[in-house]
Design a protein around this ligand. Structure first.
Ligand code: MG
Ligand code: ZN
Length: 365
């Protein structure tokens, strides 16, 4: 009986070990989806609780942290230094695209994923050559070098890209036309609407390059572009059995903040929240996906303030008014939300560069 019991214990232990090593709750994610709400501070996030009847998807996270976002050159970061910190784990100067303080190129998490044969993608509502997405696939001394950044995207291994900025590929000072050369290389290209997944072969690269100077604002009728592009990206990249890295940016939350335009800001924020929802839906089904949501910095010094009353002395605590303290960025700590295998690593208060290191530590890439 004792012997039988021991054998049984051993078998059971093996059984549970195999479950914990290979089951859907494994501690190393196969896929990482990084969602960046440009300019999305705590008040921007809070606004989704004031301006939406549904419970925002932020409420689905259990692991939450805060980051300090300063750049190497300035106390207040721009989006280039902010995204370089996330993509490459180094503090750099404002304007830096995937380079360190000495303008030397530093490897990005997207390139690290490509090196081990994973699939990769970038999605944005700005141009795809704008600072935030650029920092994941390009290296340039200045964020304004759009044509050079576009050139680097065409020679990168990025498997899926969607955003605006066709002109940086076709109407260039050097006369090159990357639309033609990419088509010749069997990259599937669209400029007016996103393809259906059935029309993208599993091994193919896909690029959607909108003709606009940016994607339209939500208040100008952008519709579901960001959700649709993210869904298409996940559908395409998840065909790779080895795993994928996808960065999606809600680029224009920042622009609403710069414009001190609350309607612009909150409509962009609620659009971004929908993307969080669909990324979490995928991660729940998949069981092997780490979702990280954060921002490079806050924009506008946005506050949900009590409204001054007529007497000027008292404020109405039942009437919330969006107010702004600057047309630029602020240095407030920024929330980080994580879901999936390795999500617990993202709790605490730390530097923005740690996002890179924690993603690598979690995934083992
Ligand atoms: Mg940006
Ligand atoms: Zn900005």
């Amino acid at each position: 009986m004792t012997k039988y019991f021991k054998v049984c214990m051993f078998t059971c232990a093996l059984f549970f070990m195999s479950i914990s090593c290979t089951g859907p709750e494994s501690s190393q994610p196969k896929n990482i989806i990084l969602l960046i709400g440009d300019g999305m501070g705590l008040t921007q996030i809070s606004s989704s609780y004031y301006y939406s009847d549904a419970t925002p998807n932020f409420s689905r996270f259990k692991h939450i942290g805060l980051i300090n976002t300063s750049a190497s050159s300035h106390k207040i970061t721009d989006s280039a230094a902010g995204a370089t910190a996330f993509a490459s784990g180094k503090k750099s100067y404002n304007g830096a695209i995937g380079v360190n303080s000495d303008t030397v190129s530093i490897p990005t998490i997207l390139e690290i994923a490509e090196k081990i044969n994973l699939s990769t993608g970038v999605v944005a509502t700005s141009t795809i050559t704008h600072a935030t997405p650029a920092c994941f696939y390009a290296h340039a001394r200045s964020r304004g070098m759009y044509e050079e950044i576009a050139r680097q995207l065409t020679i990168s291994d990025v498997d899926f890209a969607a955003g605006a900025g066709l002109r940086h590929f076709t109407s260039r000072d050097d006369g090159a036309n990357y639309y033609d050369s990419l088509s010749a290389k069997d990259v599937i290209l669209d400029t007016t609407s996103l393809a259906a997944i059935e029309d993208i072969c599993a091994e193919c690269k896909y690029m959607y390059l909108d003709t606009g100077r940016a994607m339209p604002r939500m208040i100008d009728g952008r519709g579901d572009f960001l959700s649709d592009a993210t869904r298409l990206g996940i559908d395409h990249l998840s065909r790779d059995e080895d795993g994928f890295f996808l960065m999606v940016e809600g680029s224009q939350i920042d622009w609403g903040g710069h414009a001190n335009n609350e309607e612009y800001l909150t409509t962009e924020l609620l659009d971004f929240d929908k993307v969080i929802g669909l990324a979490l839906d995928f991660a729940e089904r998949d069981g092997n996906t780490l979702v990280v949501v954060t921002a490079d910095h806050e924009t506008g010094g946005y506050a949900l303030s009590s409204t001054p009353m007529d007497d000027g002395e008292w404020s109405d605590y039942n009437k919330v008014t969006g107010t702004f303290s600057t047309g630029g960025h602020t240095t407030t700590l920024i929330p980080v939300f994580a879901y999936g295998p390795g999500a617990d690593k993202f709790s605490g208060i730390y530097e923005n560069t740690e996002i890179f290191h924690k993603m690598l530590e979690a995934s083992g890439w």
